[in-house]
Design a protein around this ligand. Structure first.
Ligand SMILES: Cc1cc2nc3c(=O)[nH]c(=O)nc-3n(C[C@H](O)[C@H](O)[C@H](O)COP(=O)(O)OP(=O)(O)OC[C@H]3O[C@@H](n4cnc5c(N)ncnc54)[C@H](O)[C@@H]3O)c2cc1C
Length: 406
């Protein structure tokens, strides 16, 4: 059987894998995306995209078409039910809530035919040093076939096989259950144009208008110590809290589109210390997106940070492949391949250096908010509040970031 060898292989066809393939394509570099699911994964409901994410989408050439699908969100309406307190803070920068399906389809639809290979589940990765000095990796699929890659980018989510190959520890999970959904209102919804954040007794609801006829919501509740593995049991448990919600919110959750809901029994995060110190590169292998920096949903930045990763990775990688061709067996000499491997390895090192500080700050902020939510001691709470003030959390400083041009 003929050996399959590719220049750049991306494992995972989620937001990050598709964005990375598209960013490389825009730089004239082709890649192959290996995705384990049979078709494009459009589940996950919706994500809020802040100004930093829109800048990255601009670079990918998709911002204009995606803005058509989602209205601007004008502010944050925070309600603390028990204290009968509420605040309204205007949004100073662009924020819109995108249906994940719209985002994923726009990314995939801009890729050349044949870029994504579905039903290709990578089971393991091993180093494949050739006698000629090449540093390729060998990917073994679940069905027993093998693929060689000169450059490997792991965009395979929280439980990444590529991250394992790099020696990164497993991510942890938060003691939280989250139900996500979309509700349609053919005659218009009553929620205005603000992001509603409703904190009740032992639960929280978030509501983001997508358009005047569609809202995205999430309901979260701390998970019991026994946990849940079954999605429907977890959903029932979360929904017990609906009786404590104002009627409009309870009604919105009850009438949601059943096909567009999801309940997460595990919400993953990589600790900020791992993001600061973890090994994100080995030769011509690296990671991006949740595989690198999965974080709790508290600041709504995991997806946008993944788009930033894609832009920065393609920008740095393209400097080491100026003609857009990654040398593999048959299209160049061993010497030219070795030289290029060295250049690519240096470029990936630059990518990791550029991203690490940014990602550390994001994961730290998300981690501190998560810690504050569950902290019992007053001292711990005060320390978290002080840290969040330092990080500029209230002003959403993180959303102002510009990852630069492609
Ligand atoms: C409740 C919640 C709310 C969120 N809200 C927001 C928000 O408002 N804004 C925001 O920006 N972010 C948000 N996020 C984060 C965001 O959803 C993620 O950061 C983003 O989806 C990560 O994309 P990814 O492509 O890195 O990973 P994934 O979306 O997990 O994609 C990984 C892909 O790899 C494939 N794969 C995995 N393993 C293999 C394998 N071995 N072989 C082949 N394929 C494989 C999977 O099938 C999948 O398609 C939220 C997250 C959660 C949990």
């Amino acid at each position: 059987m003929e050996e399959e060898v590719h220049g750049i292989v991306i494992v995972g066809g989620g937001i990050c894998g598709l964005a990375t393939a598209l960013a490389l394509h825009r730089k004239g570099i082709s890649s192959l995306v290996l995705e384990k699911s049979e078709t494009l994964r459009t589940d996950g409901v919706a994500i809020g995209v802040h100004a930093n994410g829109w800048r990255a989408l601009d670079q990918l050439g998709l911002a204009t078409e995606l803005r058509e699908t989602a209205n601007i969100i004008t502010g944050y309406h925070n309600v603390w039910q028990q204290q009968s307190k509420s605040t309204i803070i205007p949004a100073r920068k662009e924020l819109r809530c995108l249906k994940r399906k719209d985002l994923v389809q726009a990314l995939a639809g801009s890729l050349p035919a044949g870029t994504i290979r579905f039903s290709c589940h990578i089971a393991a990765i091993v180093a494949d040093p050739d006698p000629d000095g090449s540093n390729r990796t060998l990917l073994r699929t679940m069905d027993g076939s093998t693929i060689k890659a000169n450059v490997l980018i792991g965009c395979d989510g929280a439980n990444s096989v590529v991250a394992k190959y790099l020696g990164l520890g497993s991510p942890s999970h938060l003691p939280l259950l989250i139900m996500l959904g979309l509700t349609s209102y053919p005659h218009g919804h009553p929620f205005g144009t603000q992001f509603l954040r409703f904190a009740g007794n032992g639960f929280a609801v978030g509501l983001l208008p997508v358009t005047e006829n569609l809202v995205h919501f999430f309901v979260s509740r701390p998970s019991p110590s026994t946990g849940f593995t079954d999605e429907s049991a977890a959903r029932e448990y979360v929904l017990e809290k609906l009786q404590d919600c104002p009627d409009e919110i309870a009604d919105m959750v009850r009438r949601c589109d059943a096909a567009e809901t999801k309940t997460l029994t595990k919400v993953w995060y990589r600790s900020p210390w791992q993001v600061l110190l973890g090994r994100f590169q080995r030769g011509t292998v690296t990671v991006a997106g949740d595989a690198m920096h999965v974080m709790g949903p508290y600041i709504g930045q995991g997806g946008s940070a993944s788009l930033e990763d894609a832009v920065v990775l393609a920008r740095t990688l393209s400097r080491s492949v100026p003609n857009g061709v990654v040398v593999v067996d048959g299209n160049g000499s061993t010497r030219s391949r070795e030289l290029q491997e060295k250049r690519i390895s240096v470029a990936l090192g630059e990518y990791v250096r550029e991203r690490r500080a940014r990602l550390f700050m994001l994961s730290l902020e998300s981690y501190v908010i998560g810690t504050l939510r569950i902290a019992k001691s007053l001292l711990k709470k005060l320390a978290c509040v002080a840290m969040l003030t330092l990080l500029g959390s209230e002003s959403r400083r993180h959303a102002n970031y510009n990852c630069g041009p492609l």
